[in-house]
Design a binder for this molecule. Structure first.
Ligand SMILES: C[S@@+](CC[C@H](N)C(=O)[O-])C[C@H]1O[C@@H](n2cnc3c(N)ncnc32)[C@H](O)[C@@H]1O
Length: 343
């Protein structure tokens, strides 16, 4: 079936746009949706072969016209950075599919213009990183191993790291990081655990998990040890309770929790964009019980220095004089659990 935009343009614009997205939605796998080239745009399915010339103007009009439709169907739009090329467009398109979102050509619009026009969060795919621009956030969220590389350099110089001190992590250990966030703790743990160990990073927000997983695999520093530490982390997108429940007894050495501090207690620029996306679930008794079952050596909790969770769940607090957060540890040997598999 062929529809000519010249003949039917205004009258059929609504149905065309609806059909375009409905077809895209309902026959996702069978649909070839190719917004790549600058002068043509076409889509093929088993039912339709829809094609127009002169697409730049038309698609832009459609896009505006259908922004209400886009809002109902998708929670986010994927586009490229301003300076783009075919490879980047293809990458952004692939990411939009991974996230069951939709790709839209940037067309020299600023991110603010796109957000205003489409009323959507925008994921911008650039050459070196992805940036998530949320409608309700001033700053974009992106993966960057900034704080981990800073901590890594201090480790190399022989300085200590409070997180590692609390975890007493050793080469070859398995650590389950139940609150991956931007992955700073997980990277440091992965470096120490080494290639014979394993760090599993669990993140409850799927978009954040996707951005961090991509970042961990693709970010390159000049230090290969650091790059491998990032790459080795296994990212799992799920609620940590479900993940822990699915794990066998004594299958990890350390289980670590670093939940979000209650809103309003602490604000730092680095974590500000994360706060708009993060899961703010209360740490539950059930999760602690599961962690105690899964861990062989200890479970560790990082929380605000005034947190009542340490005493509630029986953690010994490693107090640090001027720090805004402390680490709490439950040593499993104290509870009569051996470091080896139970017999
Ligand atoms: C404070 S951040 C962790 C920061 C991290 N330790 C780092 O070094 O970057 C907490 C993260 O845990 C996630 N989270 C909170 N509760 C969770 C849950 N029940 N399951 C999985 N992830 C959770 C949040 O979405 C957030 O990204």
């Amino acid at each position: 079936m062929k529809i000519s935009m010249d003949n039917d343009c205004h009258k059929s614009l609504t149905s065309l746009v609806k059909r375009l997205f409905e077809t895209y939605r309902t026959s996702h796998n069978k649909t070839r949706f190719q917004p790549f080239s600058s002068d043509s745009f076409f889509m093929e399915t088993e039912q339709y072969n829809w094609k127009t010339g002169n697409q730049n103007e038309t698609w832009y009009a459609n896009e505006k016209f259908s922004s209400k439709y886009l809002q109902e169907e998708f929670s986010m739009i994927v586009t490229t950075a301003g300076r783009t090329n075919q490879l980047l467009i293809e990458e952004a398109y692939k990411i939009s599919k991974d996230l069951q979102s939709i790709y839209i050509d940037r067309k020299k619009r600023t991110v603010c213009e796109l957000i205003k026009e489409l009323n959507q969060d925008i994921l911008v795919v650039g050459k070196n990183r992805m940036e998530l621009h949320l409608q309700n956030s001033e700053h974009p969220l992106f993966f960057h191993p900034n704080s981990a590389s800073f901590r890594y350099k201090r480790l190399i110089k022989g300085e200590s790291d409070p997180f590692l001190n609390a975890c007493k992590l050793m080469k070859g250990d398995t650590l389950v990081d139940c609150t991956l966030g931007l992955g700073s703790d997980a990277i440091i743990a992965s470096f120490i655990a080494g290639k014979d160990g394993q760090v599993i990073g669990v993140e409850g927000n799927s978009l954040l998990a996707y951005i961090v997983k991509k970042g961990l695999c693709t970010w390159k520093t000049e230090d290969d040890h650091f790059n491998y530490a990032m790459k080795r982390i296994k990212v799992v997108t799920n609620n940590h309770l479900s993940v822990l429940k699915g794990m066998g007894t004594n299958t990890a050495d350390i289980v670590y929790f670093d939940p979000m501090f209650e809103k309003g207690i602490l604000t730092s620029n680095g974590i500000a964009p994360l706060r708009n996306l993060a899961v703010f679930d209360e740490l539950t008794e059930e999760a602690i019980t599961e962690a105690l079952r899964v861990a062989r050596k200890r479970i560790v909790l990082k929380d605000h220095w005034q947190s009542k969770k340490f005493s509630k769940f029986g953690f010994d607090v490693l107090k640090r004089k001027t720090a805004k957060f402390h680490f709490g540890v439950i040593e499993l040997s104290k509870q009569g659990k051996s470091n080896k598999m139970e017999v």
